[in-house]
Ligand binder design. Structure first.
Ligand code: NDP
Length: 240
């Protein structure tokens, strides 16, 4: 059966690799992006995966966005809450705007998007939700109180929503990636990145496709007994 899957932040990095992996399985996939229209156009042209633009940190935009996806394609079966940003800084220098933007985009989006699809999933007694957390939500990270708080929140959100969905055929799981070779990590200065790689036992950054294959696994029809779990994929950097 062909499922309808929505991947937020689906036009770049981990999200793009995930959208492609789900399409390869036979899903009808929608990739949601926020700002980078040029990148989205190239992604859609190269993959044939539809891209929709809305701000996942905005509750009403998520309701409207999902309504238009469902009008175009049908009910959403699978939601991957992957969109995320960083706005690093130590607390004594961080302003409210950078705190709030990271909380709203990384964590608020999980509520906004789940709220938009969960009613339909409950009615149809089927749903798969995967939330993308982070090693830094598990272990903390200097200069990332906003990001670590948001990602740590995702892990709690996942376990609570998993309990709500369990009897309705809806599974909710989280992935906690380590350092993955995407635009987000490309923004880290080389000298910092070299030190990070020294601490990864497998000796390299992860690939977006290595996260995507786990998301695909967690969203298979026959993954119905896996819920409330967090899968850490970090090259052995943090064993949680
Ligand atoms: P990228 O920076 O490569 O891509 C981020 C994606 O999120 C883009 O598609 C972007 O859209 C989208 N996005 C950002 N803000 C919004 C918004 N307000 N509304 C809609 N879409 C938005 O990120 P990665 O692929 O590296 O990371 C993906 C996820 O994995 C994130 O949640 C990140 O925190 C997490 N993660 C990443 C790690 C890594 O090492 N890369 C490690 C651990 C976790 P646009 O193109 O329009 O900007």
């Amino acid at each position: 059966m062909s499922r309808i899957s929505v991947v937020t932040g689906g036009t770049r990095g981990i999200g793009a690799a995930t959208a492609i992996a789900l399409k390869d399985r036979g899903d009808t996939v929608v990739a949601v992006y926020g700002y980078n229209e040029e990148r989205a156009k190239v992604f859609t042209a190269e993959t044939g995966i539809a891209s929709y633009r809305w701000d996942v940190s905005n509750f009403d935009a998520c309701l409207t966005g999902i309504a238009s996806v469902e009008a175009d394609l049908g009910p959403v079966d699978i939601l991957i809450n992957n969109a995320g940003i960083t706005r690093d800084g130590t607390v004594h220098k961080m302003d409210c705007e950078n705190w709030q933007a990271v909380i709203d985009t990384n964590l608020g989006s999980c509520f906004n998007m789940s709220r938009a699809v969960i009613g339909g999933m409950r009615e149809r007694k089927f749903g798969r939700i995967v939330n993308v957390g982070s090693i830094n939500g598990q272990a903390g990270q200097y200069g990332q109180v906003n990001y670590a708080a948001a990602k740590s929140g995702i892990h709690g959100f996942t376990k609570a929503l998993a309990q709500e969905g369990a009897a309705q055929g809806i599974t909710v799981n989280a992935i906690a990636p380590g350092y993955i070779d995407t635009d987000m990590v490309a923004a880290v200065p080389d000298r910092v990145l070299d030190k990070i790689i020294e601490r990864i036992p497998v000796g390299r950054l992860g690939k977006a496709s290595e996260i995507a294959r786990a998301i695909r696994f967690l969203t298979d029809d026959d993954a119905g007994f896996i819920t409330g779990s967090t899968l850490s994929i970090n090259g052995g950097q943090h064993m949680y």
